[in-house]
Design a protein. Structure first.
Length: 337
């Protein structure tokens, strides 16, 4: 017990020392306060707590690296002397695991996570250390890209692959103008009932991929490269369930930021590495909803229509079991057999 200027204190932190638990002090009037600290003159400072912070979603994910960071909204009443992110292949990493050191003080910071293994899921938390101890932000997860496999289509385009759960997917949208046997797919921006592809005249098809009607998706010549196929509705269900269900999977699949997606691109973390883009859809010579939604064909018919997957800039959810006209032009993502 310490008595200073008539104040009785229990467990008061001395200047320059830290503790991971709060303690109480009792003044001469019997009033109880929060933990306090003494400066070098023995004067009582204000109460000090752990810092408060959040963790930034992982972006720029490669086979061996990623970017994250954090935002320290309160230093707890003491200077933040170290900050960064820590990561591990098990949940709830601490600074005892791999970590970065990204300066001091409050505010936002960016962290470069390096030395990762391909095709591996990592858990990340931002941290901030002050005289009381080390606080952690919320946990985020991401998976590095599988470096062991690339796929080439008949046009010569090369695609990286990504493993999500038990499934292997192309890491970008299909952009081939030929079937797997190298026979040409007809270009048509009209609503036709034969296999066709289309693209926007001012659209970066190398980035977004092409848009195919459902007749191209299910043509006997096969749209995806050898060993790959357009997934069924049930296979998309497996993906969505692995990513947390319909309320969360959209965020895990969407590319982060607002370079391609319209603001605010709610819930986007791309923690899966799927990197879904907002191509909208094409129908009757008209491009609709570009930057606002991403639509991906399944190979499953629904009467005279067919099922597709729908992602939206304003939500982290994914809409499944939508059925649309088979003549629409939508994006295609191939899955390994």
């Amino acid at each position: 017990m310490v008595i200073t200027n008539g104040i009785f204190a229990q467990g008061i932190t001395k200047y320059g020392e830290s503790t991971n638990s709060s303690s109480n002090f009792v003044n001469t009037n019997g009033q109880i306060g929060s933990s306090a600290a003494l400066n070098k003159n023995g004067q009582i400072l204000g109460s000090i707590t752990l810092a408060t912070l959040t963790t930034t979603a992982a972006t720029s994910i490669t086979t061996t690296s990623a970017s994250s960071g954090g935002n320290i909204t309160s230093n707890g009443g003491a200077i933040v002397t170290a900050r960064g992110v820590c990561w591990n292949t098990s949940a709830n990493p601490t600074i005892a695991n791999s970590n970065t050191n990204d300066g001091t003080g409050n505010g936002t910071f960016t962290s470069s996570i390096t030395g990762l293994n391909p095709n591996t899921t990592y858990y990340v938390r931002a941290y901030a250390t002050n005289s009381v101890g080390t606080a952690y932000g919320n946990q985020v997860t991401f998976s590095t890209i599988n470096s062991s496999s690339t796929v080439t289509d008949c046009d010569g385009h090369t695609y990286n692959t990504i493993t999500i759960g038990t499934q292997v997917w192309l890491a970008s949208n299909l952009k081939s103008t030929h079937f797997r046997d190298c026979s040409a797919i007809t270009y048509s921006a009209s609503n036709v009932s034969t296999p066709a592809y289309c693209y926007y005249a001012t659209f970066d098809s190398a980035h977004y991929g092409l848009f195919y009607n459902w007749y191209a998706v299910t043509d006997i010549d096969s749209l995806c490269p050898t060993g790959w196929h357009v997934p069924t509705n049930a296979e998309y269900t497996t993906l969505i369930n692995y990513l947390g269900g319909t309320s969360a999977a959209g965020g895990a699949m969407k590319e982060t930021g607002t370079t391609d997606w319209a603001a605010p691109n709610n819930g986007a973390t791309n923690s899966s590495g799927f990197t879904a883009l907002p191509g909208g859809y094409f129908s009757a010579n008209t491009a609709t909803d570009i930057t606002q939604d991403g639509n991906f064909w399944t190979s499953t018919a629904s009467g005279s229509s067919a099922y597709y997957i729908y992602l939206y800039y304003g939500s982290a959810s994914v809409v499944q079991n939508n059925a649309g006209a088979k003549t629409m032009g939508l994006s295609v993502r191939c899955k390994k057999n």
